[in-house]
Every structure is written in C-alpha cells, then in structure tokens.
Design a protein around this ligand. Structure first.
Ligand SMILES: [Zn+2]
Length: 285
C-alpha cells in the first residue's frame, strides 16, 4: 500500500476500487474494502496490524467498494449512507453485482475464489451498515476527524470522506484518476456539484475511487471529462442520432486506459456510458 500522508495508506494497484486505512491514536478506520477475497483478507490483516479496526466506511454502493465488507465481519462498526444501504449489492441490469464479483474472483483471484460464499450464504449477512446517515456525518476518533460528506452524482449515496488532520479526501468514484470514468447510474449535474464541494476542501491529496492518488488540481480534469461526455451526447441528440449511432460515433476520453483488470470491459463501459447518457438526455426532451 502507498503511504499517502502521515497516517494514511491507500491501495491503488489492485483490481477493484482503492481501499484505504487511516490510523488514529484510538484505533483504525478502513475506507472501502478490496474487491477480491485474497486482497480483502490481506487488507484486514494490514489494518489490524496497525490497531483495532473501529470503523469501516463505504463511499458508494458499487460492488468494487462494498463486496469486501463480507471479509470484515466483526471488525469495527460499518457506516455508510442510507442510499448505499438500500442499494447494497442490488442488481442494476445489465450487471448483477454478486455474479460480477464472483467472476472477477474466478479470473483474477483463483486462490480466493473458493472463499466467495454461495449467493444465499452471502446475502444472509453481507456486512452492511450498523449505522446509516442521510445527509453528512462527522465521526471523531482519537486525534482524527472523519467528515462524511454526501456528494451524490456518480451514485445517489456517494460519500466523500474528508480527514482534515491528514489534508486528505477520499472521494470514491466521484474521481477516476487517469482512467475511464463510469457514468451509468449517475446524475451528471449532481456530480458537477459534488466536484465543486470537494474542490472547496483544504486538502493536499485526493484519493480517487480508481487510479493513482492525485491532487485537487485533478478535480478540474474530472469536471472536463464529465462536460466532454455531456457535450458529445447532447450534440449527438441534437443531430438526431439514434442510441446505436451515438454509441458507435462518439468516444470521449478514448485515449484513457481502463482501470486494472477491466480490459475486457472497455466496450461495455463505453456502451453503457454513451447509452445511459443518451437515455437521460432524450427522456428530458
Ligand atoms: Zn462506482
């Protein structure tokens, strides 16, 4: 894991999202969990080697941020937004999150694959939140403050975790650093507001949902990416292009790689990004 600041470690080199550990004088806080079983178990060991895990916070309901919770049972109080709780591993066609993580484990974590519980066992206790909130929430632990900021856009329950003592914000997928942005299930207008809110924080480091740790300057790049997508699809709609034509003809951010392990999903991401945006823009005409 990468040392981001004095008491923050983040993992940006695995398939899945970027889980982090914050060590305080009164215990440890884990932010998001690793997606692959072996990685989740290693993350828990690493966190427990630094102190008792007091809280586990999730930044969004997408499977790559929450499935690993299963391997953190008994380790700290799980806290996330009510919207994350309500959408926790709920299918959003065409993706069934349980099948998605199972298949990812089969391909990328053959050893850990056997640790993926069958569907019924998993859903009996996926380790959802013991505490939920619906606006913002502040947690104080030892000498650290964790400001859980409701920043909807990428997902309805999207949460940024601001730790002022470390000058760090963990944004979840409000920021995709140097890799393809996933727009499906998003509200782009809200997302722009979320970026503005995060830009107002006094931080040195931005830990994104995917890609390398970055700085607040990258928030403007993420904003440009969203505007580029909106403009390309709005233009397509104005030209009267069908959904299929739009998917085929536009490709904002084509030069960016997909995040680790997602190479085979590149077309899926593009199709869903362009298609979902076309659906939203045409529905409002
Ligand atoms: Zn996401």
């Amino acid at each position: 894991m990468q040392q981001v600041s004095a008491h923050v470690l983040s993992e940006t080199g695995q398939r899945g999202s970027n889980p982090s550990i914050v060590a305080t004088t009164a215990g440890v806080v884990v932010i998001d969990t690793a997606q692959l079983p072996s990685d989740a178990i290693a993350l828990r060991s690493r966190a427990e080697s630094m102190g008792r895990i007091e809280y586990l916070i999730n930044t969004e309901h997408h499977a790559d941020h929450i499935f690993g919770n299963y391997f953190f049972k008994g380790a700290g109080l799980v806290v996330h937004h009510q919207e994350i709780f309500d959408s926790f591993m709920v299918p959003e066609p065409p993706i069934d999150p349980y099948e998605y993580v199972r298949e990812a484990a089969r391909v990328h974590d053959p050893k850990g694959y056997a640790l993926v519980p069958d569907r019924d066992t998993y859903f009996q206790d996926p380790n959802k939140a013991a505490v939920t909130f619906s606006d913002d929430l502040v947690i104080r632990l030892g000498d650290h403050t964790f400001e859980l900021l409701h920043t909807p856009g990428h997902t309805p329950g999207q949460t940024a975790v601001f730790v002022p003592e470390e000058r760090v914000v963990f944004t979840g997928d409000t920021v995709f650093s140097g890799c393809q942005t996933w727009l499906m299930t998003s509200d782009l207008n809200q997302w722009l507001v979320a970026l503005d809110r995060i830009a107002g924080l006094d931080v040195d480091f931005v830990v994104p949902g995917h890609g390398p740790v970055t700085t607040p300057a990258y928030l403007r790049t993420q904003r440009a990416t969203l505007l580029e997508w909106m403009s390309a699809v709005a233009d397509a709609v104005a030209r009267g292009w069908t959904r299929e034509e739009t998917i085929e003809r536009i490709d904002p951010g084509a030069g960016l790689p997909v995040d680790i392990g997602l190479e085979s999903m590149k077309e899926h991401i593009h199709t869903q990004n362009a298609g979902s945006l076309w659906d939203k823009l045409t529905a409002s005409r």
